[in-house]
Design a protein around this ligand. Structure first.
Ligand code: HEM
Length: 226
């Protein structure tokens, strides 16, 4: 990262925090309905009296917004691109819209929006024959795991009927993605409805990939709908 890029990044975070500080103050003065408003819910705290500090509150808002927005946007973009690359899969999905459920799972596996995971070992361990001491930072290759031939038959085949499909796009264990249900729902609705309404959509100029290691998606995917 250049000095200039770092400056711009830090400025963006400060701007974002300023904006959120104002938003939180406004919401504190007039709370919303905690059943429908996430910010009100975070302000009130869920475990009787055990509330978030101001800093924890602001950083949780940033985290949830980032975790939920870009990943799902990329799920939709990656899916629409894959259905152009694999016309047979697209034709099957148009003929049988109920396939949208396994199709979204296959998009998540094939082009995982989040390619890398992170863990810190709490005890020494042997992973894949390598000894790892306690306190080691690990980067997990989610994208690679999702093409593991020991788990997935023909892993480089995009198969909208794949079953079972035990992909790791949402991670696993105690910290598995907290938004996986809403993400799946958004993916099914957005991709399913676009395909029903514009079955002939096609690229209007070459797409541009985001080019980042962790987040897989497109900067732009220009398309003609009709
Ligand atoms: C296609 C969409 C999404 C993908 C691929 C995705 C992927 C992931 C991954 C890989 C993790 C880490 C899990 C682990 O370490 O085992 C994670 C965590 C998380 N995600 Fe998502 N996510 C998506 C959408 C969302 C949405 C829509 C929300 C919320 C509105 C969300 C909120 C979170 C939160 C809060 C965590 C942290 C959970 C914890 O540490 O306990 N995600 N997500």
């Amino acid at each position: 990262m250049t000095h200039d890029q770092q400056e711009r990044g830090e400025l963006a975070v400060r701007d974002f925090l300023d904006y959120l500080t104002g938003l939180v103050a406004k919401r504190r003065s007039k709370l919303g309905d905690p059943e429908h408003d996430v910010l009100t819910r975070l302000i009130l705290g869920e475990r009787g009296g055990d509330k978030l500090s101001e800093l924890e509150l602001l950083h949780n808002i940033i985290f949830i917004l980032n975790a939920g927005h870009e990943t799902t946007t990329n799920l939709i973009g990656n899916g629409l691109y894959l259905l152009l690359e694999w016309p047979d899969a697209r034709a099957r999905l148009i003929a049988d819209p109920a396939l949208i459920r396994p199709a979204v799972e296959e998009i998540l596996r094939f082009e995982s929006s989040n390619q890398l995971g992170n863990r810190v070992t709490t005890a020494s361990a042997v992973i894949g024959g390598v000894s790892v001491p306690a306190g080691t930072f690990l980067t997990l290759g989610i994208g690679a795991a999702n093409r593991d031939p020991d788990e997935f038959a023909s892993p480089d085949l995009f198969d909208v009927t794949r079953e079972p499909n035990r992909h790791l796009a949402f991670g696993s264990g105690a910290h598995v993605c907290a938004g996986l249900n809403v993400a799946r729902l958004e993916g099914r609705i957005a991709i399913g409805r676009l395909l029903t309404r514009f079955p002939q959509y096609r690229l209007s100029s070459p797409p541009i990939r985001g080019g980042r290691a962790r987040f897989r998606g497109f900067l732009s995917l220009p398309a003609e709908l009709a």
